[in-house]
Design a protein around this ligand. Structure first.
Ligand code: ASP
Length: 348
């Protein structure tokens, strides 16, 4: 087989950061510094090119414009490479992974996102291992068919490969910083890289990539908490220009049964705003009819997000409104998975 061709898109993040000598805080640095610290990459017999953000950023500064840049870098070079590695800060990595999974429709090559908790220049860095494993996964092909093993957007971090739009940053400290709470790992990383072939997406490799770059940010999130009062809620619900709201509810999708609450949500839905019910719990999902508290909320016309993550929910809304769909069309698309981001059957 020919040498694997991999494109690295370096956006920034801790992996490439250095300490400011005066303030001692970490700030993003350029790609050549990063590669100088991982000489072992040369031991991989790959052809590797790179594109870098100028300047590289802390992922706390990431926005949908950057997602468009990453998606374009991949789409414009799609036919020239076997796989793509995106180096990214951990803070918003799960949002970027989710957004890319929707934007890169018909993806059938690996897009592996990774970063690290410690900068690449530090002795105990996790960055070297993460970068090398990400490159190996991006280059991995089925020996029988020659097709890429991973054909989706995934996050590689320490011991696991997770589906991107199922992932959440779960630790600000641990090297295993990511987890998918409702979907199995796509691979476990130990002495070897052990793929779970049943969990991996199997898209048709003959369909051409169908990238969509436009995202609409007229969306917001509202977190329920005991004590949320009618004035505050109505104020939030009437935010000008809002087309979609992710409502973060309790448990299996429950909210207060008080009439003022139900009325406020129903009136918002009737105004044409799409409201998506997503649980605050990290594991499990919305089962609207389990409790009266969920039933009443469902009857207002909110859409069930089943077991979708918050990161996937908010980016999916931006993506669907970016397609210029009507609120009813957006509702229909939210009810079904479009990139493996949720499981509906087990929640019906
Ligand atoms: N603040 C950093 C970032 O997200 C954290 C990290 O990379 O781990 O860019």
């Amino acid at each position: 087989m020919a040498k694997p061709r991999i494109l690295i898109v370096y956006t920034g993040g801790t992996i490439g950061m250095i300490e400011d000598p005066v303030t001692k805080s970490l700030k993003p640095f350029d790609f050549s510094h990063l590669m100088d610290n991982v000489p072992k990459v040369k031991m991989l017999d790959y052809h590797i090119d790179n594109i870098q953000f100028n300047p590289p950023i802390d992922s706390s500064d990431m926005n949908p414009g950057h997602w468009m840049d990453i998606a374009r870098s991949i789409a414009c070079n799609y036919d020239d490479y076997d796989g793509f590695v995106v180096l990214h800060g951990t803070d918003t990595m799960a949002y970027t992974a989710s957004a890319l999974s929707f934007m890169l429709a018909n993806l059938s090559k690996p897009v592996i996102i990774t970063g690290s908790q410690l900068p690449i220049g530090e002795v105990r860095t996790d960055g070297e291992e993460n970068l090398i494993t990400a490159l190996q996964i991006a280059a991995d092909r089925d020996p029988n068919t020659g097709k890429p093993t991973v054909r989706e957007v995934a996050i590689l971090f320490e011991n696991y490969l997770w589906r991107g739009n199922r992932s959440t940053k779960r630790s600000a400290d641990n090297f295993n910083a990511f987890k998918s709470n409702n979907y199995p790992a796509l691979a476990k990383i130990g002495l070897g890289i052990h793929f779970d072939r049943d969990a991996l997406a199997r898209p048709d490799t003959n369909r051409p990539l169908n990238p969509r770059f436009h995202l609409d940010t007229s969306v917001m999130a509202i977190d329920l908490f005991p004590g949320l009062n009618e004035t505050v809620l109505r104020h939030l619900l009437s935010t000008p220009g809002i087309k979609g709201i992710v409502l973060r509810t309790y448990g299996t999708g429950n909210g207060p049964t008080a009439q003022w609450f139900i009325n406020a949500i129903r009136e918002t839905v009737e105004r044409g705003v799409v409201v998506l019910n997503v649980t605050q719990c990290v594991n499990g999902g919305v089962r609207a009819n389990r409790y009266l508290a969920g039933d009443l909320l469902a009857a207002t016309g909110v859409v069930s997000g089943y077991d979708i993550t918050f990161e996937a929910a908010i980016t999916k809304m931006m993506f669907l409104f970016g397609l210029d769909l009507t609120p009813d069309e957006v509702r229909k698309c939210l009810e079904q998975p479009i990139a493996g981001e949720m499981t509906v059957a087990s929640f019906l």
